[in-house]
Design a protein around this ligand. Structure first.
Ligand SMILES: [Zn+2]
Length: 244
């Protein structure tokens, strides 16, 4: 198995690492975490936008060995959806990322995965509700369900999906998967893992008892310091990296 440095690496130029290189390394790290969590099968992709540029990097399409993806395997794509760097082909559904990166300032990092529990929830006909205090990212904007199960491959389809998402940090895609969004890679990891965990909790709870969701009012009055999103994202990242 090919291994890659988990945290920062020294630039091949020997100089201090650039922001762009650091982002690419973080994208590789997040990919490895999602593989380890068994949420990244043959399909799905993750991207990160480069601040100040109309450019993002995305994991390649049709790349069987996701665990082995390195920075050189990433594909650079501009805001028109055109590949600008990398030897690999971009994924077929790259337009999901192109449109969201272009439209939403808060969409700095995006994942589209076919993860099991989020996909299962998408076909249950149940609305997503927060069940755990860690569901904080979804309290104000619970993920809506995009009903069309087909792939998103045209600009028009991407625009419609982005418009449908509104300001939500995630969209469940019926019988297909989910899109998750973060203002940083760390927040994307938090949103992605929490969506899967809360989807599982909801499905399992509903199968044995009445669900008693937490309310927005409860969240407003919680004393937990850990409910600060940046703090939650940082802690989640730190824990997952340590477990790699
Ligand atoms: Zn897909």
């Amino acid at each position: 198995m090919v291994t890659h440095p988990v945290q920062q690496v020294v630039s091949s130029k020997g100089a201090s690492i650039t922001n762009e290189e650091e982002l690419k390394n973080k994208l590789v790290t997040m990919t490895r975490i999602i593989v380890k969590e068994r949420m990244f099968g043959p399909f799905g992709h993750i991207s990160v936008r480069v601040p100040g540029k109309e450019l993002f990097y995305i994991t390649p399409g049709q790349f069987g060995n996701k665990q082995g993806i390195g920075v050189d395997d990433l594909v650079g794509v501009d805001f028109r959806g055109k590949k600008v760097s990398g030897a690999n082909a971009p994924p077929r559904e790259t337009v999901i990322h192109t449109v969201l990166h272009r439209r939403r300032e808060d969409a700095a990092a995006i994942a589209h995965l076919h993860s099991y529990y989020a996909t299962t929830l998408s076909i249950c006909g149940m609305k997503f509700v927060p069940l755990h205090v860690n569901a904080r990212p979804f309290v104000d904007n619970p993920p809506p369900v995009w009903v069309d199960a087909d792939l998103i491959i045209t600009e028009d389809e991407g625009e419609k999906l982005a418009k449908f998402a509104g300001n939500a940090p995630a969209v469940l895609m019926r019988g297909h998967g989910a899109v998750t969004i973060g203002k940083s890679i760390e927040e994307l990891l938090l949103v992605t893992l929490t969506l899967e965990e809360e989807s599982r909790r909801l499905i399992e709870t509903a199968s044995i008892s009445t669900v008693m969701p937490l309310t927005a009012d409860e969240f407003r009055h919680f004393k937990h310091r850990t409910l600060d999103l940046d703090r939650m994202a940082g802690k989640t990242w730190e824990t997952c990296v340590a477990e790699l």
